[in-house]
Design a protein around this ligand. Sequence first.
Ligand SMILES: [Zn+2]
Length: 214
Amino acid sequence: MVPGIIEVKLATTLMAGWMAAASPVPVPSEVVALLLEAKAATPVEVKLYDENLRVDATVVLRRDGSTDPVTKKAVTKLFRCRVTNRSYPIKQRTLAMLADIADRYDGKTIEFVSAYRVQRGESRTSPHRDARAIDFRIRGVQLREIRDYLWRNYSEVGIGWYPSEQFIHMDSRPTLHDTAWTFLKGNNRYKPYWAELARRPESTRTVAARRPGS
Ligand SMILES: [Zn+2]
């Protein structure tokens, strides 16, 4: 068993104990733990809106970002480069974050701006070129809220806030340092105030930041 799974099991058991204690009728904590584990194993429905083509698309992802081959093909096509029409599978870690976001904002539509990008002019080091990044917003949710949630709860990621363009950039970067930025007036401003605030110990809700997919 990998450490990530043990952590989840431990958290689940602790949460089950708390839920059983809070319930007006006695509920064995083992039963609650089983229910929570079942929920954790249930795939997530991800409601998407393709901003380029202005069409809706719903896909089902497992929480670790994996999926069945047919869905994988559909997701790859959905997130293709819109300039070159070339496609490449988006990394599982990035899809795991997408599944988490969809679960957290259950029932809301994720409007995606772009994902895989390989057109001329796209930087060689761009996480979009490497199929690790998605730019998106969620109808009815403040960008600040999504930005802080991702930055607080994940490590090995890049999170960019684009207030003028109204989207969040998220990427998984297992071999690079965490990076946060605000895009303002054509430039990335690194180490923004919000990143520092979101990770202050008093506002940290989880004991350790999760890696995408774990
Ligand atoms: Zn981006």
